[in-house]
Design a protein around this ligand. Sequence first.
Ligand code: AKG
Length: 258
Amino acid sequence: MASSALRARGVPVLRHPGQGDPEPPEILHLDLNARGDLFRDGFLALENVTDADDLATIRSLVAPWLDGGSHLRRGARARDLGGGPNAPIHEVTNLTRLEPRLLQTRFFRRAVQTTRALYGPSARLMFDHVISKPPRNGKATAWHQDCAYGHSLTFSARRLHWWLPLQDAAVENGCMQFVRGSHSGPVLPHRRIAPGAHSRTVSAPFDQSRVVACPLPAGGATIHLPKTLHYTGPNETDAERLAWIVQVGVRSRLPMLL
Ligand SMILES: O=C(O)CCC(=O)C(=O)O
C-alpha cells in the first residue's frame, strides 16, 4: 500500500527514498513531522527501511533457528506465544546472540543509528525476537503493552521497538495494529492468555475507535513506544508470516514517567 493510501487510513507514515537513492544513508531521517507523529500517536509506519536483498539475508539467517529450538543457547529461547497446541505462534528470543551477522544487516544498522539520532549515542540493542505465524495459525497476538512484560521495560523509556515483516504485511496475515495515543496513558492491567502461558493480554477496556492497522509492503517497518497498545491478527493466508523485532534504547535509572 502506497504512503498516500496509508495516510488516507490515518496511519502516520514516513517514506524513505529507498533503492533509488544513490547512497542510502545509515540513518533514516525522522523529520520534525515524523517525530511529532511518533510521539503524538505512539507509533509510526516507515516505508523502504530496507531492500529485498537485505530481507533475503535476514530470512536466511533467521530460518535455521525456527525449527523447535533444542540447539538454542546463549540466552536464546524458543517458545510458543499462542497459548495452546492448536494455535501456534512461534517465537525465538535474542537471535542476534546466536547469529551475529544479523547485526550487520542494513535494517539493523538503520534501526540502531536512527534510534541514536533520536535518543543519543548510548542507545543500544536491548532485545530482539523473531515471531512466526504459520499459515492459517488461527491465533492473534493479543492486545498488549510491551511494558506489561517486565520491570526492565519501564526503566528504559527512551526505547524504540522496530517491527520488520519479512514479507508484505496485511491485516489478513497479521500486520501490526496500534491504539493511537495509548502510550500517553498508564500501563494497563494485563493477565496471561492461558494458565502458564508466557503471553499476556490487556484486561482493561480500551477505546476501539482509536485502533489503526498498519499494512506495509516488504521493506517497510513500524516503530512503536514501549507503552503503545498493539496487536497482530491471526494469519489467515496460506503463507507463513515472519517478523523480526528489534528493541533499541537507552537504559535509565529512573522509571518511565511518560
Ligand atoms: O509479530 C507479532 O505477532 C507481535 C509482535 C509484538 O507484539 C511485539 O513484538 O511486541
